[in-house]
Write a protein that binds this ligand. Structure first.
Ligand code: IVH
Length: 721
C-alpha cells in the first residue's frame, strides 16, 4: 500500500443526508472525486505532518460520506480510495519494517442504533457471538503501537503505519516509563514471543504543560494530545522522546507464543500480569443491551479520563469466536469503535471581548457566530489568557473549532488555518483596562493581565455580583442583572450599600414589583442577622480565598477584625494557607477602602462571630459520605442544604462519579439523576436527607423506597440488585 503523497490543498464541507439522497450519478462521481482529494489532503496533514486542520469528527463525517456514496454507487469504488486505506503512512526518515500480522483498523459506529445494526449483522454471521459477552474499553486517542518481546525482552517497537508497514521506533519507545522492558514472569514463565499492541498517549494535563514549554522555547505547538504523542514518538532523536510525558496502554496482541488465553478479558488480565498498563474503565458486558448502556455512560464520563478518548471499543469477548469471524479488507468483523457524539464544531470568530474580573484579571472571551455544539448553542467561549491565544494562534475573523466538555465553559480549540483569509492579523492583547482605561499589568510569572486600579468600576461591579452570589452571601432574588441595574443607577457602590437599599428605590426599576422588592429586602435583612463568618469572608472576594480557605480562616479567627489584624506568619501557620494566599489576605486588609468596607458592614450589623465554631460537626448517618444535590429542593435552599450536610459530617461534591455515595434529588432533576442511577448510586429525597442529617422526625424503617427510579438499574445498585 502506498503512502500519502504531498497533496494539493483542497477542502469541502460534508453534505447533509438530504443532499446525499438526491445526488445524481454524475454529481456523485464528481463528489466522490472531490472527497477523495480532500481526505487525501487531510490524511497527509494528520498522518505525515502530525498537524491536522480539521476536527476528527469533521474528517469522520467526510469519510463516511465517501463510504456511503461508494456503497450506493459501486461503480465508483476504486482501490486508490481513502476508504481502502488502513491507516497512516510511514514517515520516510524512520526505518520501516513489516508487521508479522497486519494491524487492522476498526469500523465505526456513531450511535446506539449503529451498535444494534452491528449486532444484527454479527447475528447473521454467528448467533453465538451476537448473544455472547462483549469486552468494552475506551477508545484512546493516541498513536497505535506494537511492541515485540522476544524471550521476554522488548526487542522491537513499531508504529502501526499503514497497518502493514510500520516505522521502527524501538529506542524511542524504550524511553516510555510505564512500559516493561522485560516481561514480569508469571509463575517463572513468560511467553517466548509476544507482540503487544496498544496506544501511546499523553495525558491532558501533561499536554498543556508540554505546549507551554514548547511556546517558551519557540518550538512547535501541538494541535492536540494525539498529535503531540505521535510527534514525540516519531522522532529521529530519542532524547526528545524521553523528554515527553508518554504513556503506553495495551489493548491486544499480535503473535503470541507460549500463552493461551480464551477471551479478551483473560488476555487483558494476562497483559496486566506481564507488567502492562491497561485502559481504565474496561469491563465485560453480558449482553448487547448492556453494551449500549456502557456506551452512554462512558460518553458522559469521557471528560473524566486522564487522557483523551473519542469513543468506546467493543470486542466479542471469546477469542475462538473472534478467530471464526475474521476480518474484512479493513477491519475485524468482531469489533466496533463506537465514537461519541461530536462535541466540536467549526464557526467564525467575530471578536475577542475582554472581561474584567473582580480581582482585575482581564479574561479574553471569544465572540462567535452562534453554533450548536452537541445540542447547545454556543455564542461565547473562553480563550483563557494571552498565552493561550498565542499558543493557539487564534485571530479575529478566523474559522475556529469550538468544543464543549461536559458542563464546563465552551472553549476555542484552534483556528482552521487553511481557511484563514490573507488579511487576518495576529491578535494583540490589550494593555489598558477596557472598563476604566487605566494601564493594565502582567506581573512576571503570571499568565494574566490585570487592571490594578483599585477603583475600577468593572471590578466593583464584579465584586458586588460575587458578594451576593452562591459563593458569597447567597441572597435570593439578587442576580447579576439586578445588581447591574442598581450599580448603573448609582445605588450600589460597595457591598455595604446593599443594606441601605430602600423599598421606594427598588420599586423604580422595571420588573421589580412590590412582592419582589419586599422579598429582596427580607433576604438582605435575614443575611444581616444570620450570615456566618466563613460565608462573609468568602463574599469579600479576596484573591485566592475561595470557599475552602474561608472555612479554614473562620475556624481560626472569631471575627472579621481578628482576621484583618492577623500577620503573614499567623496566616501561613494555617493548613493550606501558603505565602501567596497570606500575602493576598494581607494586601486586601491593608487597602484603606477595604478596611472602610469592613467597618461599614460592622456598623450596619454585619459582624458574625465564631463562624464555624457555632456549627459543630455532628456524627450522623451522613458522616463521611460524599453527597451531591440536584434539582429543586422545596424546604431548603441549596446553600442551607449544603450547610446542613457539612454540619452532619458529609462532603459536598458537584458532579456524579463513582466516588459519590448519595444523590439528594429535588424536583426537575436533570442528567445527574440518570447518571447516578446508572452508576448504582443511592438516590434520596429532601425529607430523607433531613432525616439522615438528624433533623427530621421520620422513622428510619417506614418502608419507603427512597430510590426514585426503583431498583432497576442495568449496572445494579449498591445492594447488588
Ligand atoms: S482494538 C483489530 N482497542 O483505534 C483491533 N483499538 O481505528 C484493532 N484504539 O489505531 C484495535 N483504543 O490504535 C483497539 N481500546 C482500543 C483502542 C484502539 C484506541 C485505536 C487503535 C487504532 C484505532 C482503530
Amino acid at each position: 500500500m502506498s503512502g500519502y503523497q504531498q497533496p494539493v490543498k483542497v477542502h469541502t464541507y460534508p453534505l447533509s443526508d438530504a443532499e446525499l439522497e438526491t445526488l445524481a450519478p454524475d454529481a456523485a462521481s464528481a463528489r466522490v472525486d472531490l472527497l477523495r482529494r480532500v481526505l487525501n489532503y487531510h490524511g497527509w496533514l494528520y498522518y505525515v505532518q502530525d498537524s491536522p486542520e480539521i476536527s476528527d469528527s469533521e474528517y469522520d463525517r467526510l469519510f463516511n460520506e465517501l463510504r456511503r456514496l461508494e456503497e450506493k454507487f459501486p461503480l465508483l469504488i476504486s482501490p486508490a480510495s481513502p476508504t481502502m486505506r488502513v491507516g497512516g503512512a510511514p514517515l520516510s526518515e524512520l526505518p520501516q519494517r513489516r508487521h508479522a500480522m497486519r494491524m487492522y483498523s476498526l469500523d465505526n459506529g456513531f450511535s446506539e442504533a449503529d451498535w444494534f445494526a452491528f449486532v444484527e449483522k454479527l447475528a447473521r454471521l454467528s448467533s453465538e457471538a451476537a448473544s455472547g459477552s462483549f469486552w468494552v474499553e475506551p477508545k484512546m486517542d493516541g498513536l497505535a503501537m506494537e511492541l515485540i518481546y522476544e524471550g521476554g525482552e522488548l526487542s522491537v517497537a513499531l508504529t502501526r503505519g499503514d497497518g502493514e508497514l510500520g516505522e521502527e521506533v524501538t529506542a524511542n519507545m524504550k524511553t516510555v516509563r510505564n512500559l516493561p522492558l522485560v516481561l514480569s514472569s508469571v509463575n517463572g514463565d513468560f511467553p517466548s514471543l509476544l507482540e503487544v499492541r496498544g496506544e501511546v498517549v499523553i495525558t491532558r494535563s501533561e499536554f498543556e504543560k508540554l505546549n507551554m514549554r514548547q511556546l517558551e522555547q519557540g518550538g512547535k505547538v501541538f494541535a492536540n494530545p494525539r498529535n503531540a504523542a505521535a510527534g514525540s514518538v516519531r522522532q529521529l532523536d530519542s532524547k526528545i522522546t524521553a523528554s515527553r510525558p508518554l504513556r503506553f496502554f495495551a489493548y491486544g496482541v499480535g503473535r503470541a507464543e507460549g500463552v493461551s488465553w480464551s477471551g479478551q478479558q483473560e488476555l487483558m488480565q494476562g497483559l496486566q500480569a506481564l507488567g502492562f498498563a491497561v485502559p481504565p474503565q474496561a469491563r465485560l458486558c453480558h449482553s448487547a443491551a448492556s453494551v449500549a448502556e456502557a456506551y452512554h455512560l462512558m460518553g458522559e464520563e469521557r471528560h473524566e479520563f486522564p487522557f483523551e478518548i473519542d469513543g468506546m471499543v467493543v470486542k466479542v469477548n471469546s477469542l475462538a469466536l473472534q478467530n471464526e469471524l475474521g476480518f474484512t479488507a479493513r477491519a475485524p468483523r468482531w469489533a466496533l469503535a463506537m465514537k461519541f457524539q461530536a462535541v466540536q464544531e467549526t464557526t467564525r470568530l467575530k471578536a475577542i471581548d475582554i472581561q474584567v474580573g473582580r480581582t482585575g484579571v482581564l479574561t479574553p472571551v471569544a465572540v462567535l457566530e452562534p453554533v450548536s455544539v452537541g445540542g447547545v448553542v454556543v455564542g461565547r467561549a473562553t480563550l483563557h489568557n494571552e498565552d493561550e491565544i498565542k499558543v493557539k494562534d487564534v485571530r479575529v475573523g478566523d474559522l475556529v473549532v469550538v468544543q464543549r466538555a461536559g458542563d464546563v465553559i465552551p472553549e476555542v480549540v484552534r483556528p482552521v488555518l487553511e481557511a484563514r483569509s490573507a488579511g487576518v492579523q495576529p491578535y494583540q492583547f490589550v494593555t489598558v483596562c477596557p472598563s476604566c482605561r487605566s494601564q493594565a499589568r502582567r506581573l512576571p510569572g503570571e499568565a494574566a493581565w490585570r487592571c490594578v486600579n483599585k477603583s475600577c468600576p468593572a471590578q466593583a461591579l464584579e465584586g458586588l455580583v460575587h458578594f451576593v452570589s452562591k459563593g458569597g452571601l447567597d441572597i435570593d432574588g439578587l442576580g447579576r442583572k439586578t445588581v447591574e441595574q442598581l450599580f448603573n443607577a448609582g445605588l450600589l457602590k460597595n457591598p455595604a450599600d446593599l443594606f441601605r437599599l430602600e423599598r421606594e428605590q427598588l420599586l423604580r426599576f422595571e420588573g421589580m414589583g412590590e412582592k419582589s422588592a419586599d422579598n429582596l429586602l427580607n433576604a438582605l435583612q435575614s443575611a444581616l442577622k444570620n450570615v456566618i463568618l466563613h460565608r462573609l469572608i468568602a463574599a469579600l472576594g479576596i484573591r485566592l480565598v475561595g470557599e475552602q480557605t474561608s472555612r479554614t480562616l473562620a475556624s481560626r479567627f472569631s471575627c472579621l477584625d481578628e482576621l484583618a489584624a492577623a500577620d503573614v506568619e499567623t496566616l501561613t501557620s494555617l493548613p493550606d494557607v501558603g505565602l501567596e494566599i497570606a500575602d493576598s489576605i494581607r494586601a486586601f486588609f491593608d487597602n484603606a477602602a477595604n478596611r472602610e468596607l469592613v467597618a461599614e458592614l460592622k456598623a450596619l450589623g454585619l459582624d458574625p462571630q465564631e463562624g464555624l465554631k457555632s456549627a459543630p460537626i455532628r456524627e450522623t448517618l451522613l458522616s463521611g459520605k460524599r453527597i451531591v444535590f440536584t434539582g429543586k429542593l422545596t424546604r431548603l435552599g441549596r446553600t442551607e442544604a449544603a450547610e446542613i450536610a457539612r454540619a452532619a459530617g458529609a462532603q459536598i461534591g458537584d458532579s456524579i462519579s463513582r466516588k459519590v455515595d448519595l444523590l439528594v434529588a429535588g424536583s426537575d432533576a436533570g442528567s445527574k439523576l440518570g447518571k447516578a442511577d446508572r452508576l448504582g448510586i443511592e438516590i434520596i429525597d429532601e425529607e430523607e436527607f433531613l432525616r439522615r442529617a438528624g433533623l427530621s422526625e421520620v422513622s428510619s424503617d417506614d418502608g419507603r423506597n427512597n430510590n426514585f427510579l426503583g431498583q432497576h438499574s442495568l449496572f445494579g445498585d449498591k445492594n447488588g440488585n
